[in-house]
Ligand binder design. Structure first.
Ligand code: GLY
Length: 269
């Protein structure tokens, strides 16, 4: 999940891989998962890596009727203790949300919960936070009505929102960018214009990676100068090491096969 600052990352929700995972949507990074046992092992390593970094992780049961249910990032937008429950952009994913919403309501006592409605659509994977500046991808999953609802919430919280058009050959904004720290955006060459993120606050910058390392650009920065990185993207790993970060490499091949990246599999709340 890419909507919390580093200092807000203490508790995370993940969701187990369903037995139906071989039917997950796959159009961008992968052609569909083949080895569900391996996917489960990779997902377990992810959970353990978050825990080893000091995050309190809760795992929701899988929903075997929803092959994409592990991608919890898309189902809720959590910002400064407020929760926006979007209408997911793909119809097959709409009914993944109720148990996640129930969990958040039960754990985030006092949180303001807003529900998107009507024709507004949004996947949480289209939102990226850099410190207190927000970006949203206008994508095949997130439309202008959804963006306006997010803008209203952010205006209430005093945060700025910038819109980025996602090219048709990418799924979400977080499929092509992440913030491994509160000052750095990592993004691949060739997907966005060099000024896509606009002028950044002092001390912040975009670091562009080779186009072929696009999948590696999705990282999870963690407290204590640690960062989760998908294995197999050497430029990304070297760049993050040069920033003084401790790299935790994870094999995510069977998650990538269903277009899932590291941030897709958790919600920090
Ligand atoms: N397979 C993840 C998604 O398409 O939403």
């Amino acid at each position: 999940m890419a909507t919390v600052r580093l200092d807000q990352k203490t508790r995370a929700l993940v969701r187990a891989i369903p037995d139906s995972y071989h039917s997950a949507l796959a159009k961008f990074f992968g052609t569909g998962p083949k080895d569900i046992d391996l996917a489960k092992q990779q997902h377990e390593s992810y959970r353990l890596a978050l825990e080893a970094a000091g995050i309190d992780v809760v795992m929701l049961d899988a929903d075997h009727k929803h092959p994409d249910c592990l991608f919890v990032e898309d189902q809720a937008v959590i910002i400064d203790g407020h929760v926006l429950l979007p209408v997911p952009g793909h119809p097959s994913r709409v009914n993944e949300q109720p148990p996640i919403a129930d969990f958040l309501v039960s754990k985030m006592g006092g949180a303001q919960i807003c529900r998107m409605s009507g024709d507004a659509r949004m996947d949480g994977g289209d939102i990226l936070r850099l410190g207190d500046l927000f970006f949203v991808g206008r994508s095949t999953r997130t439309n202008d009505l959804g963006i306006e609802e997010l803008r209203d919430l952010l205006a209430h919280l005093g945060h700025e929102l910038r819109v980025i058009d996602i090219p048709e050959h990418a799924l979400h904004l977080t499929s092509i960018a992440s913030t491994p720290t509160d000052e750095v955006i990592l993004a691949p060459e060739g997907y966005l214009s060099k000024d896509a993120f606009g002028e950044l606050p002092e001390g912040c910058r975009v670091i562009w990676m080779p186009e072929e390392e696009i999948y590696g650009c999705n990282t999870i920065g963690l407290p204590g100068a640690k960062v989760l990185v998908a294995d197999g993207y050497p430029h990304v790993a070297k760049t993050l090491e040069s920033l003084g970060l401790e790299i935790i490499l994870l094999d995510f091949s069977e998650i990538r096969a269903a277009d899932g990246s590291l941030t897709c599999c958790s919600l920090f709340y």
